[in-house]
Ligand binder design. Structure first.
Ligand code: HEM
Length: 350
């Protein structure tokens, strides 16, 4: 986090900052560090190689695989070269994960200060008392899942959070004052501070209500034929749950399009998916397994941004001019990059 703050501090004198670039690189760096270790979190060769492959894999996954929608047209994927691209990316990712796992197994590797995700899974793999025996393919699949599902969602949430804060100066002021009060003049925000940032948590709940990064959740398939509210639902029907619409439904939410974090003050909504009115992390057995990690990352990043800088729109731009168009990639993103002016906060002793 301190690396990101330093980058923003250095670029702040050069004009408006492209928040999407800064926040994407921050999110990648946090998830890479957690998964592979600190060597992969910075701007070193390990990270650069992985980012290249990840960029290509995003293009493929976001791309339209026509056979997913019309199975009889599967041959088109071969003609358009879609299948070849998929194979190429798959092999590049697989060989990257192989190299990282081998590196972790090397007995000469210096002992890291903190275990990363691969260390943990290799430890579990060796533990014969575990009910599940993990294969190398399991480990690679879990890491892959974590990246594809964790990076874009966390990054999109951060961008929408800064967007809503800049459009809502009252909320920005209140959130910033809370961070300044709790973190004070410490150089960086620490994990322990997060428990006390109650208003910031309300802000993030409201961000996820209006901008759920996975607006239709992951698709479900009916495993038995049923009837719901008089509608026959055949076996194997593919089901999409439109949480975007549910969380803006005026039947459940007062002034649903308004950004108003205080609506969560007395409402006991959490991220466990128990209340179907508010399910930004989904619900049931397919619920997001990374919700705690995701929220801790977003809270820490947002608190650090508010603690170290004051944020404004570029000169001449009004908050009404901020483009709120959405674009669907792996997650629901802000279509037009957010550009903001950062002024490093100066602490004055009183
Ligand atoms: C603010 C950040 C995040 C949001 C809003 C989010 C949201 C979601 C949602 C809505 C789903 C689908 C759940 C369902 O259909 O019921 C999901 C699935 C998933 N998420 Fe997250 N997520 C976030 C961060 C993360 C992180 C950081 C990780 C891992 C490090 C992660 C890993 C996963 C995985 C592996 C799945 C697939 C689960 C499955 O289909 O079995 N997510 N996420």
């Amino acid at each position: 986090m301190s690396h990101m703050i330093e980058v923003i501090r250095r670029s702040s004198s050069l004009g408006p900052i492209n928040m999407s670039e800064v926040l994407l690189s921050l999110t990648n760096s946090i998830i890479c560090t957690a998964a592979f270790g600190s060597k992969y979190g910075g701007s070193g060769d390990g990270n650069t190689r992985f980012q290249g492959i990840l960029g290509e894999s995003h293009e493929i996954i976001i791309g339209f695989g026509i056979a997913d929608f019309f199975p009889s047209l599967e041959w088109i994927n071969r003609v358009t070269g879609f299948e070849d691209k998929l194979d190429k990316v798959f092999h590049a990712l697989d060989s990257f994960f192989e190299d990282v796992i081998e590196e972790h197994l090397n007995p000469g590797r210096p002992k890291p200060e903190h275990e990363d995700f691969i260390d943990v899974m290799l430890r579990v793999q060796k533990d014969v008392s575990q009910a599940i025996s993990l294969t190398r393919d399991h480990i690679k699949a879990v890491i892959m899942d974590m990246f594809l599902a964790g990076t874009d969602t966390t990054f999109a949430t951060l961008v929408w959070a800064m967007t809503e804060l800049i459009r809502n100066p009252r909320v920005m002021k209140k959130a910033r004052e809370e961070v300044w009060r709790i973190v004070g003049e410490k150089k960086t925000v620490e994990d322990e501070d997060l428990h006390q940032l109650n208003y910031l948590k309300l802000v993030l709940k409201e961000v996820l209500r209006l901008h759920p990064p996975v607006p239709l959740l992951v698709p479900r398939e009916c495993n038995e034929k049923c009837n719901i509210n008089g509608y026959d639902v055949p076996l194997k029907t593919r089901l999409f749950v439109n949480v975007w619409a549910i969380m803006r439904d005026p039947q459940f939410w007062e002034n649903p399009d308004e950004f108003w974090p205080e609506r969560f003050t007395d409402q006991q909504f959490d991220f466990t998916g128990q209340n179907f009115q508010y399910i930004p992390f989904g619900s049931g057995r397919r619920r997001c397994p990374g919700s705690f990690f995701g929220m801790a990352t977003v809270e820490l990043a947002l608190a650090s941004l508010l603690h170290s800088f004051e944020w404004e729109l570029p000169a001449g731009m009004r908050k009404e001019d901020v483009d709120m168009s959405e674009a669907l990639g792996l997650a629901l993103h802000k279509k037009v990059a957010l550009r903001l002016v950062a002024s490093p906060r100066v602490w004055r002793k009183t």
